[in-house]
Write a protein that binds this ligand. Structure first.
Ligand SMILES: CC(C)(COP(=O)(O)OP(=O)(O)OC[C@H]1O[C@@H](n2cnc3c(N)ncnc32)[C@H](O)[C@@H]1OP(=O)(O)O)[C@@H](O)C(=O)NCCC(=O)NCCS
Length: 384
């Protein structure tokens, strides 16, 4: 195994895309390759994450992307791992580069659902749950995460204000992120007055439906002798799975795949949670950010929501979490989300996160969950 770096990164603004997923993926891929100071012909494998291309009548996006990049002969694979699709793609790129199968590989995640109404998009998303046991019986992702929130509230003393603090913090961060879907702050009063979507989750507990695309270039250090950016050294690339249907899990106050992937990642990086300077975690709903921080071992069980209310996870707090605005406010274009987290870390390290800088950028962790945790990736990055 050799060292692998992230050497270039790019994202478009999340929200509603006027262009097709294919066009958006090509545009951000070219931007990421140029950012790395490379030409497309330097890319020896592309990994394309996409879940809902069929809603645009387009599958097999990988070769089409390569056509657009002018490298049709290069191998490509299109991956689906629900909301963790592009972190799964990053893992594959890491394995290829660290294992010596490619000197440089491109990861791009793209999703476009803006042409669908909320009801249809909710229906498509729900196919990532366990269809016969959950989806066919009416479960949706807001409903499934509401179930996790109920379990958490039943076990630990919580108040709505604790979850509200997570939403307020993430909206405040996204207000400084040009890639974010929502670039506006909200107050706790706005959060508390927002309508209930699936009790106890309110509108501002939920991520929106976003379109978007994000890309990163992974390369061996030998392939980029004089990098034009400050590379991210991939110190850990871990993935884990879990029983998918919630009714088959013993405990609903955490995601088993998050714990397994985190344990593996900390072992690979030879680090502990307190050695990480900032985190991008999977907050598809505010409860998910609290669960993530406990599953990662950042805070003891039952305390993450309280820590958020006390300001511990703010950009200037003791553990900055989601300086990008997270899925809640930066947005959640499913297959782009994992790569987008890495774009944020790259921008923080390269001094491009103006107005939302975190104080220390020596190490960072990206945590990306598929659905309710049937899959999960944890990546840890350091600097040279
Ligand atoms: C919360 C949710 C139900 C709202 O959908 P909706 O009621 O149809 O909302 P609309 O799209 O009609 O938007 C109405 C307004 O609310 C805003 N809005 C929509 N979703 C929002 C969200 N999650 N947070 C904040 N504002 C939101 C819109 O921007 C719009 O604002 P405007 O009137 O100023 O333009 C929907 O965003 C949702 O289901 N989110 C979860 C997605 C999901 O499950 N992802 C998978 C996670 S695993």
């Amino acid at each position: 195994m050799r060292e692998a770096w992230v050497v270039g990164a790019a994202s478009n603004r999340y929200g509603k895309l006027a262009e097709s997923a294919r066009e958006a993926a090509t545009r951000v891929s070219l931007a990421a390759i140029r950012d790395a100071g490379l030409e497309p012909k330097a890319i020896q494998h592309t990994f394309v994450a996409n879940c809902f291309g069929l809603t645009e009548r387009q599958a097999h996006l990988g070769p089409l992307l390569n056509n657009g990049l002018g490298i049709p002969e290069v191998p490509s694979v299109t991956l689906e791992s629900a909301c963790s699709s592009s972190s799964a793609a990053l893992h594959e790129a890491y394995v290829h580069v660290a294992g010596g199968f490619a000197d440089a590989a491109l990861v791009v995640g793209v999703e476009r659902l803006g042409h669908l109404d909320t009801m249809s998009a909710t229906g498509y998303f729900a196919y990532a749950a366990d269809y016969p046991f959950e989806t066919r019986n009416g479960a949706t992702f807001p409903g499934l995460y509401a179930t996790l929130a109920h379990a958490y509230q039943a076990k630990y003393p919580t108040r709505p204000e604790m979850f509200g603090a997570i939403a307020v913090k993430n909206h405040a961060n996204a207000a400084h992120n040009p890639h974010a879907h929502f670039q506006k702050e909200i107050s706790l009063e706005t959060y508390l007055a927002s309508p209930v979507v699936a009790s106890p989750l309110r509108l501002y507990d939920c991520c929106p439906f976003s379109d978007g695309a994000a890309a990163v270039v992974v390369a061996a250090r030998e392939a980029v002798r004089s990098p034009v950016t400050e590379p991210l050294v991939i110190r850990a690339s871990a993935r884990a799975g879990a029983v998918t249907a919630l009714q088959d899990r013993g405990d609903l106050t955490g995601l088993p795949s998050s714990r397994l992937a985190a344990a593996q990642a900390f072992r690979q990086a030879k680090l502990e949670p307190k050695g990480i300077d900032f985190f991008e975690v999977h907050d598809c709903f505010t409860i998910a950010e609290a669960l993530a921080l406990e599953d990662l071992g950042v805070f003891p069980r039952g305390t993450a929501a309280r820590e958020s209310e006390e300001g511990s996870t703010a950009r200037d707090g003791k553990v900055p979490v989601n300086p990008s605005g997270g899925l809640k406010a930066k947005g959640h274009p499913v297959s782009a989300t994992g790569a987008g987290q890495v774009v944020e870390i790259f921008e923080q390290v390269n001094g491009r996160a103006r107005g939302r800088e975190v104080p220390r950028t020596g190490t960072a962790l990206a945590h990306n969950v598929g659905a309710t945790g049937g899959s999960c990736s944890v990546h840890i990055f350091g600097r040279r």
